[in-house]
Design a protein around this ligand. Structure first.
Ligand SMILES: *[C@@H]1O[C@H](CO)[C@@H](O)[C@H](O)[C@H]1NC(C)=O
Ligand SMILES: *[C@@H]1O[C@H](CO)[C@@H](O)[C@H](O)[C@H]1NC(C)=O
Ligand SMILES: *[C@@H]1O[C@H](CO)[C@@H](O)[C@H](O)[C@H]1NC(C)=O
Ligand SMILES: *[C@@H]1O[C@H](CO)[C@@H](O)[C@H](O)[C@H]1NC(C)=O
Ligand SMILES: *[C@@H]1O[C@H](CO)[C@@H](O)[C@H](O)[C@H]1NC(C)=O
Ligand SMILES: *[C@@H]1O[C@H](CO)[C@@H](O)[C@H](O)[C@H]1NC(C)=O
Ligand SMILES: *[C@@H]1O[C@H](CO)[C@@H](O)[C@H](O)[C@H]1NC(C)=O
Ligand SMILES: *[C@@H]1O[C@H](CO)[C@@H](O)[C@H](O)[C@H]1NC(C)=O
Ligand SMILES: *[C@@H]1O[C@H](CO)[C@@H](O)[C@H](O)[C@H]1NC(C)=O
Length: 382
C-alpha cells in the first residue's frame, strides 16, 4: 500500500515535470483581422506579433527566439528579457533596499556586482511559469501567485495579465495585481523589444518617434539608478534640438547617436520619460497617445496609450550583433540600436523617493485597490 502510493506519487511527479515542461513553452496565438500575436506561459511572454506593412506584407515586429526553449537558456546566460512581464518591481531598486513603515527590506541585488536589483531580483516574473486561466481566439490571460516573501518582498501578490487583439489592429495589455496580505511594492511592466521594420534594416535609427508629453526624464547615475533628481528634456540653455526632446516628431538617431544620459560609457537611449499630460487631461488619462513611432522601412506605425506615469525606453545599446533575429525576420543579427524596448510603468525606484509623491501608485496592501496597468498598441501604416 505504502509502496504503491509512493510509486503513484513518483509517476505523478514525473508526469507533472514532463507535461509542465511542455506546457510552459506551449505557444498560444490570438488573432483579429490584420494582427496576430503569440505567447508562452514562461514569463507570460510575447514571442511574435504580426501586422501588415505599407505593401500589405505581414511583418513580425517583435524580437525573440524561434525555439521557445531558447528563452530559458537566455535567462540563464545573456538575460535579455525578450518579451516577458517584469516584476514584482520593474527596473532598478537602489542597493536592493527599501523601507515600508518601520521595516527595512532587502531584495536580491542581481546587477552591477550587487549595487542594485533589476526587474524583481534573481528570479523575477520573467522567469516564472504563469498559468493560462482564460484563452479564446482573440484574448489570453496568464495568472501568477507570487508567494509571500518571494525574492525577499513582503506579502503575496496575485497578478492577472490579459493580452487582447482586435481589429483595426490593436494589442491591449492589462495587468491587474493584488496584494493579498501586507504592504508591498508592486510595479509591473511589459518588456517587449520592438523593431517595426522587422529587420529590413539593421537598426531603427531612421525611424521617427514622437512623445508629446515627455517633457522630463528621471535622472540616473552611472549605473542607471535614479539619483532623485528630475530634469527637463529641454533645459533652458540648450538648443531646441536637445537629444532627448521628442515632444515634436524626430528621427531616433538624433537622440540615440548623441545622448549620453544612459549610464557610464553609453551613447543611446535608456531613460525613464515622465508623462506630463496636459492639465486638462487627468494624470491617468489613457485616451491620449503618449508615443507614436513610424518605421522608415515598412511604414508600420505604432500608437501607444497607457494609464501609466512614465515610459522607460531602451534603444538596444547593449546589443552587439551576436543574437540572430527570428527566421520570420531574415538571416541577420540583433545589432546595436536594432530595437526599442518600451516599458509603460510608474516612476522607477519611486519606492525610495517618497519626495516624488508616487508611493500610492507603487505600494499596495490588502485594503488598497489593485495595481492596474493598461496599455493599447494601435498599428497603422504611413
Ligand atoms: C519553467 O518552465 C521552464 C520550461 O519548461 C523550465 O525550464 C523551468 O524550470 C520552469 N521554472 C520553474 C520555476 O518551474
Ligand atoms: C500570424 O500571421 C502570419 C502572417 O499572416 C502567419 O505567417 C503566421 O502563420 C500567423 N501565426 C499563426 C500562429 O497562425
Ligand atoms: C540550451 O542549453 C543547453 C545546455 O547548454 C543545450 O543543450 C540546449 O541545446 C540549449 N537549447 C537551446 C534551445 O538552445
Ligand atoms: C545596502 O544594502 C546592504 C545589504 O542589504 C545594507 O546592509 C545597507 O544598509 C544598505 N545601504 C543603504 C545605504 O541602504
Ligand atoms: C474572448 O475572451 C474575452 C475575455 O473574456 C472576451 O472579452 C471576448 O469577447 C472573447 N472573444 C471571443 C471571440 O470569444
Ligand atoms: C537611413 O536613411 C539614409 C537615407 O535614406 C540611408 O542612407 C541610410 O542607410 C539609412 N540608415 C539606416 C541605419 O537605415
Ligand atoms: C523640442 O523640440 C522641438 C522640435 O525641435 C522644438 O520645437 C521645441 O522648441 C523643443 N523644446 C525646447 C524648449 O527646446
Ligand atoms: C555581446 O552581447 C552578448 C549578449 O548580450 C554578450 O554575452 C557578449 O558578452 C557581448 N560581447 C561583447 C564583445 O560585448
Ligand atoms: C548568449 O550570447 C552569446 C553571444 O551573443 C551567444 O553566443 C550565446 O548563444 C547566447 N546564449 C544564449 C543561451 O542565448
Amino acid at each position: 500500500m505504502r509502496f504503491s502510493t509512493t510509486l503513484f506519487g513518483l509517476v505523478a511527479t514525473i508526469a507533472t515535470l514532463v507535461f509542465a515542461n511542455n506546457d510552459n513553452l506551449q505557444p498560444y496565438t490570438i488573432y483579429a483581422y490584420g494582427i496576430n500575436a503569440t505567447f508562452i506561459p514562461y514569463g507570460a511572454r510575447v514571442t511574435s506579433l504580426y501586422v501588415h506593412d505599407r505593401n500589405n506584407t505581414p511583418r513580425d515586429v517583435v524580437l525573440g527566439y524561434d525555439d521557445p526553449a531558447q528563452y530559458v537558456n537566455d535567462t540563464a546566460t545573456n538575460h535579455t528579457y525578450f518579451g516577458p512581464i517584469v516584476g514584482r518591481y520593474a527596473n532598478r531598486i537602489k542597493n536592493g533596499t527599501f523601507t515600508i513603515g518601520d521595516t527595512d527590506y532587502h531584495v536580491p541585488t542581481n546587477e552591477h556586482g550587487g549595487a542594485n536589483t533589476l526587474h524583481g531580483g534573481s528570479m523575477g516574473y520573467d522567469d516564472r511559469n504563469w498559468t493560462v486561466t482564460q484563452y479564446n481566439t482573440s484574448s489570453i490571460t496568464f495568472t501568477l501567485l507570487d508567494p509571500s516573501g518571494s525574492q525577499g518582498f513582503p506579502g503575496a501578490v496575485l497578478t492577472h495579465v490579459t493580452y487582447t487583439v482586435i481589429s483595426p489592429p490593436r494589442l491591449t495589455t492589462r495587468i491587474v495585481s493584488v496584494s493579498l496580505d501586507t504592504y508591498t511594492p508592486i510595479m509591473l511592466s511589459t518588456h517587449i523589444y520592438w523593431n517595426l521594420g522587422a529587420f529590413q534594416s539593421p537598426t531603427i535609427l531612421n525611424d521617427t518617434l514622437h512623445m508629446p508629453y515627455s517633457d522630463r526624464i528621471i535622472d540616473i547615475d552611472p549605473i542607471l539608478v535614479p539619483t532623485g533628481e528630475l530634469s527637463s528634456v529641454k533645459l533652458p540653455w540648450q538648443s531646441p534640438a536637445v537629444p532627448l526632446n521628442f515632444t515634436e516628431p524626430k528621427q531616433i538617431y538624433e537622440a540615440a547617436l548623441h545622448s549620453q544620459q544612459c549610464g557610464e560609457g553609453c551613447t543611446g537611449i535608456d531613460n525613464a520619460f515622465i508623462l506630463d499630460r496636459r492639465p486638462y487631461s487627468s494624470a491617468e488619462d489613457a485616451s491620449a497617445p503618449v508615443l507614436q513611432w513610424t518605421s522608415a522601412d515598412t511604414g508600420i506605425t505604432l500608437t501607444l496609450r497607457t494609464n501609466q506615469q512614465s515610459l522607460q525606453l531602451y534603444s538596444c545599446v547593449g546589443q552587439n550583433g551576436t543574437i540572430p533575429v527570428k527566421a520570420s525576420q531574415g538571416d541577420g543579427f540583433v545589432e546595436k540600436y536594432g530595437c526599442l524596448v518600451i516599458e509603460p510603468q510608474q516612476w522607477i525606484d519611486g519606492i525610495n523617493h517618497p519626495e516624488w509623491g508616487q508611493t500610492d501608485r507603487q505600494i499596495f496592501g490588502p485594503d488598497s485597490p489593485p495595481q492596474v496597468l493598461w496599455a493599447t498598441y494601435d498599428f497603422s501604416v504611413q
